[in-house]
Design a protein around this ligand. Structure first.
Ligand SMILES: [Zn+2]
Length: 688
C-alpha cells in the first residue's frame, strides 16, 4: 500500500519527491513504490461566495445584511481545480491507505491541507510532517518523526475560525458601507484597524505646530560643549535667555568640573523572527514587507540556506545547539568565514538570549541552515537579505560589545556645558553587525573624542553659538515602523489588563502582515512616498465612515489573542464565532443608523464616462496614476497618459472603432461627448 504526501506547492513537492526517491513523474504528482507525492498550489479550496447560500445574497443590498450562514460552505477554486481533481483522484485509489500532510507548518498550511482532504473525501488515517528547514537532512528527519494528524486539530480550528471571521466581518461590512454610501468602500477585520493607525498618525502630523528652540554651544577648541539647564534640558524656548547665557560665557575660561567614565556592555541583539527581519530589511534595504517575505521564501525553499520564514520566535531550542557548528561551517567561502571560524575556535557558547525552549512554539528563529552556501547562486536581493540573516546569526553567537562612555561638564562662569565621548574596548558583536542595531542617539549631544581630557583642565571659550532648531512632528509610518506598530498594537490600548494580555496578540500574525499592508495599497487607501506610507483621501473617508469598534486595534488584537487560544485548545471556536457574528450584527446596525455624511474629498473634476459618477484619482500597484469610478457596479478604470491627463483603458484602435460605432448609432444631433458605454447603457435601458 502507498502513502500520499500532500505538499503546499509544486516546488516543495518536487523536493520532497527527490529526497524520498519518487521518480515516476506525472503532471500532478510523483510516485515510487511506497509514496505518491502531490501538491496544492496554495489554497485549492475556499469559503463559498454569499450567493451560494441564498439567491438574494447575490445582490448587494442593505436589506439582506447581515449575511450570517449557520454553517460555512466551501468550494473548489476554479483556477486550480485541475490539481484538486487530480488529488481527489489519488484519494480514491485502491492502493492508497495513508496520507501525510506536508504543507507549510503553520496555521494557514494546515487549512490548505485539511480543506482539500475534506472536499476530496479523505476518510483514512493521516499524519503530519512538521519541519523548520527544507534541507535534505531536515526532510529525512521529519519523516522519521511524523506527528499524529490529530495533534493539529486545534490549529485547524483556529485557522478555520480566522478565515470564517474574515469572511463574516469583511463581506458584511464592505457591503453595508458600499450600499449605504453608494461608493467603493471596503473594510476588513485586520485591514481597517491597521489603516486607522496610519490615519491617526497623519492627523497628529497635520495638527502639529513646529516650535522653534535654541541650543547654546560653546567651542572649547578640542571639543564642543552644550549648555544644560539645572533640570538637564539642552533646548531653550526663549531666544533672549539664550543670548544672556552667551553674554555670560563669551571670551571666558571654563574648567572641567566633572568627569564621569563608565564601562558599558551591550548584549548582542536577538535572532530574527519574520517581523523583525521585515522591519530591518525595510529600513536598511528598502524592501517592502511582501518583498522580504517572497525573497525569504526563495532562500528557504529553493536555496535551502535559511530556516522556516513565517515564525514569530526569536529563539532556538536547546536540542539545536549541537547543530550550530555545522551552521557556522556552512558560512565558509563567504565574506563571513573569518567571523564564523573565530566563534568556532573560541568555543560556541550560546546564551539565554538565543537558546530558550519556552520561547519556541511552532518554529524557531530564522537562522542559516547547515547547507553549504553558494553566494553566486543568489540574485542581488536574495544575497542582501541572506547577509542580514547571516550577520545577525553571527552576532547572536558573539561576545558583548564593551565600550567606555565619557561624560564631562565644563563650567564657564557658573554655567554648565556638557559633552560626551565614546571609546570601544572590545568590539564584540558590533564588529559583525553594527549597522543593523541603531544606538541611542541624542542629536543635541553627539559623541566626540574626549580621551585626553582630565578633571580640572581649563579651556578657553573660542566661540559661542546658538543654533536654532524646530520641533518635529511624529514621523510617518514606513512599512518597517508600521510592522512594529501592528506587532505592538497593545501600545494603542488604554486598558492595562488587556494590554498585558495581548502582548503576543497584535494585528494579524507575522505570516499575514505583509498581505494586509499590500491590501491597503491595492484598495487605494494608502500610497508610498519614498519609504513613507501616506493615506489617500479615500483612506480618510473610509475611516470617518466605519464604526468605531472596527477602527480600534484593541478589538482586533483581542480577537487575535482568542485565535491563539483556540490553537492552544483553551478556547472554543464556536464561542469565538458566535461573538464574531454578534459583533458583525452590531456593526451593520451601526452603519445603517449612522448619520455620518459622505463627503468625497478627492472627486476632482472628471466624471465616469460610463455612469456619470465621480472618479477617484489613485495609483495602481505599479504606482501609476489612474482614475477609478466610485460606483462598484460600474467598475470603470482609466490610465493616465504621460502628459498627466487621463485616458480610458481603450487602445487607440479601440477608440477609433468606438468613435465609428458612436457615429453610426447616434442621431446626428446627439451630444458628441457621449461614449460608447453611455449609448450601450441607454439602449439597454430602453429594452427594459
Ligand atoms: Zn462609473
Amino acid at each position: 500500500m502507498k502513502t500520499i504526501i500532500l505538499a503546499e506547492k509544486p516546488s516543495v513537492g518536487k523536493e520532497i519527491a527527490r529526497v524520498l526517491g519518487c521518480h515516476k513523474k506525472n503532471k500532478a504528482f510523483m510516485e515510487s513504490s511506497n509514496y505518491i507525492v502531490t501538491w496544492a498550489m496554495g489554497h485549492l479550496v475556499e469559503l463559498a461566495d454569499p450567493g451560494s447560500y441564498h439567491p438574494d445574497w447575490k445582490t448587494w443590498a442593505m436589506d439582506y445584511l447581515p449575511m450570517l450562514p449557520e454553517k460555512m460552505k466551501h468550494k473548489v477554486i476554479r483556477r486550480t481545480s485541475h490539481q484538486f481533481n487530480a488529488i481527489k483522484g489519488l484519494f480514491k485509489r485502491q492502493d492508497v491507505n495513508n496520507l501525510i500532510i506536508a504543507t507549510d507548518a503553520g496555521r494557514e498550511g494546515e487549512l490548505v491541507a485539511r480543506w482539500i482532504m475534506r472536499l476530496g473525501g479523505w476518510k483514512k488515517p493521516f499524519q503530519r510532517l512538521w519541519i523548520s528547514s527544507q534541507t535534505d537532512t531536515a526532510i529525512k528527519e521529519g519523516f522519521k518523526n511524523l506527528k499524529p494528524g490529530k495533534n493539529y486539530d486545534n490549529l485547524l480550528r483556529a485557522a478555520e475560525a480566522r478565515s470564517e471571521a474574515d469572511w463574516i466581518v469583511g463581506l458584511n461590512v464592505t457591503r453595508a458601507l458600499t450600499c449605504k454610501y453608494d461608493s467603493r468602500l471596503s473594510a476588513g477585520r485586520v485591514q481597517t484597524p491597521t489603516l486607522a493607525m496610519i490615519i491617526q498618525r497623519e492627523e497628529e502630523i497635520k495638527k502639529f505646530i513646529p516650535q522653534p528652540y535654541w541650543t547654546i554651544v560653546a567651542d572649547f577648541g578640542k571639543f564642543n560643549g552644550t549648555w544644560h539647564s539645572p533640570k538637564g534640558h539642552s533646548r531653550v524656548q526663549d531666544q533672549e535667555f539664550a543670548q544672556k547665557i552667551v553674554a555670560k560665557v563669551k571670551d571666558q575660561q571654563g574648567e572641567v568640573t566633572s568627569l564621569d567614565i563608565k564601562e558599558k556592555r551591550e548584549v548582542p541583539p536577538l535572532a530574527y523572527d519574520l517581523t523583525a527581519l521585515q522591519r530591518d530589511a525595510n529600513a536598511l534595504l528598502g524592501f517592502s514587507a511582501k518583498k522580504t517575505l517572497q525573497t525569504l521564501q526563495r532562500l528557504y525553499e529553493h536555496h535551502k540556506m535559511v530556516t522556516y520564514p513565517r515564525t514569530d520566535s526569536r529563539y532556538i531550542t536547546s536540542d539545536m545547539v549541537p547543530t550550530l557548528k555545522d551552521r557556522l561551517q556552512a558560512l565558509n567561502n563567504t565574506p563571513y568565514q573569518q567571523f564564523a571560524q573565530k566563534i568556532i575556535q573560541s568555543g560556541i557558547k550560546p546564551g539565554k538570549r538565543l537558546v530558550d525552549d519556552k520561547k519556541v512554539t511552532d518554529h524557531h528563529a530564522i537562522i542559516p541552515t547547515e547547507e553549504k552556501v553558494y553566494l553566486d547562486k543568489l540574485n542581488p536581493e536574495e544575497r542582501k537579505l541572506w547577509e542580514l540573516i547571516a550577520r545577525r546569526f553571527l552576532a547572536t553567537l558573539s561576545s558583548d560589545h564593551i565600550y567606555k562612555t565619557i561624560q564631562i561638564i565644563v563650567t564657564v562662569n557658573g554655567e554648565p556645558f556638557h559633552a560626551r565621548g565614546k571609546q570601544t574596548i572590545t568590539p564584540g558583536w558590533r564588529a559583525i553587525s553594527s549597522g543593523e542595531v541603531i544606538q541611542e542617539e541624542n542629536e543635541d549631544l553627539p559623541f566626540q573624542n574626549l580621551s585626553q581630557i582630565n578633571k580640572g583642565d581649563v579651556f578657553q571659550v573660542v566661540k559661542v553659538t546658538t543654533p536654532q532648531g524646530m520641533t518635529k512632528p511624529p514621523a510617518r509610518y514606513t512599512e518597517g515602523t508600521l510592522l512594529a506598530a501592528m506587532e505592538n498594537a497593545g501600545k494603542f490600548i488604554d486598558d492595562k489588563m488587556l494590554k498585558s494580555s495581548i502582548e503576543k496578540g497584535g494585528l494579524g500574525t507575522p505570516a499575514t502582515r505583509a498581505d494586509i499592508i499590500e491590501k491597503l495599497f491595492s484598495n487605494y487607501y494608502i500610497e508610498r512616498q519614498g519609504k513613507e506610507l501616506v493615506p489617500t483621501s479615500q483612506g480618510f473617508e473610509l475611516i470617518t465612515l466605519v464604526p468605531k469598534s472596527l477602527k480600534s486595534p484593541e478589538l482586533t488584537a483581542r480577537w487575535e489573542l482568542r485565535l491563539n487560544k483556540i490553537s492552544e485548545g483553551t478556547e472554543k471556536n464556536q464561542l469565538f464565532l458566535k461573538d464574531i457574528r454578534d459583533n458583525t450584527k452590531e456593526l451593520i446596525v451601526q452603519i445603517q443608523k449612522s448619520t455620518q455624511e459622505f463627503k468625497p474629498q478627492n472627486s476632482g473634476e472628471s466624471s465616469c464616462p460610463l455612469c456619470g459618477k465621480k472618479l477617484l484619482a489613485t495609483r495602481n500597484k505599479k504606482g501609476k496614476k489612474i482614475l477609478v469610478c466610485r460606483s462598484r457596479s460600474c467598475g470603470y478604470e482609466s490610465e493616465s497618459t504621460h502628459d498627466g491627463s487621463y485616458q480610458g483603458k481603450q487602445s487607440k484602435k479601440e477608440q477609433q472603432i468606438s468613435r465609428k460605432l458612436i457615429h453610426k448609432y447616434t442621431d446626428s444631433n446627439a451630444k458628441e461627448t457621449f461614449t460608447l458605454g453611455d449609448i450601450l447603457k441607454k439602449s439597454l435601458d430602453k429594452d427594459k
